[in-house]
Design a protein around this ligand. Structure first.
Ligand SMILES: Cc1cc2nc3c(=O)[nH]c(=O)nc-3n(C[C@H](O)[C@H](O)[C@H](O)COP(=O)(O)OP(=O)(O)OC[C@H]3O[C@@H](n4cnc5c(N)ncnc54)[C@H](O)[C@@H]3O)c2cc1C
Length: 177
């Protein structure tokens, strides 16, 4: 992992030197090396989890893993600016449904794989950092449906990946003549 992080630093240097192709090659290598932290049978776990959520919803590239490991604090922004990459998951899963959530968390529970939840990523408390590696569930890809609208009490229940602006868009437009 450490070696992969060093390569990441090098990749940032290449990007700053306007050498994006070289940086990309280095990052691909780094992602490949950094991917294996589940243990000896990680490929088996990754395949099993991808089977649950669908291959297209199981992501192990470095960018996605990094994206769900950083929030909106000044500390997050400064670390990114300095190329400090830490506490990222090994695998990002994008559950499509409650059944996906149950199946992935059951699987991780059975195999003692750490699980983190990423909603909108607006945390200012560093809560979703994958301090032990493992899996991050990215809710924002699919789980953003309206579950219930209570007209009388004017309350709405939405899934965990719904963002404020996305929620307001249909409500706003429905009420514009
Ligand atoms: C500029 C700014 C201003 C803010 N102002 C305010 C404010 O005035 N008042 C206020 O209360 N907050 C404020 N916040 C904090 C912000 O509202 C919260 O960070 C946000 O509500 C977190 O929601 P999220 O979906 O982005 O969660 P994330 O940032 O994705 O996650 C936050 C934490 O919750 C966990 N989590 C996320 N979704 C779930 C889930 N479905 N199930 C279980 N755990 C989950 C994560 O693992 C993590 O630990 C502000 C944030 C910013 C960046």
């Amino acid at each position: 992992m450490r070696a992969a992080m060093n390569r990441l630093d090098q990749a940032f240097d290449l990007l700053r030197s306007n050498k994006p192709r070289e940086a990309e090659a280095l990052l691909t290598d780094a992602a490949r090396e950094a991917a294996d932290r589940f243990g000896a049978d990680s490929a088996e776990h990754a395949a099993a989890l991808a089977e649950i959520v669908g291959q297209e919803n199981a992501l192990s590239d470095l960018f996605e893993r990094l994206r769900v490991g950083y929030g909106k604090t000044m500390i997050d922004l400064m670390r990114l600016r300095d190329g400090v990459i830490e506490n990222i998951p090994d695998l990002v899963l994008r559950p499509r449904s409650r059944e996906d959530l149950r199946a992935t968390t059951d699987y991780c529970d059975q195999h003692a794989i750490p699980v983190y939840v990423y909603g909108g990523g607006s945390s200012v408390t560093r809560g979703f950092e994958a301090t032990k590696g493992g899996v991050t569930l990215d809710l924002g890809a699919h789980l953003k449906r309206v579950v219930r609208f209570d007209e009388q009490n004017q309350t709405i229940t939405v899934e965990g990946g719904m963002s404020g602006p996305e929620l307001e868009r249909p409500i706003f437009f429905q009420h514009v003549p």
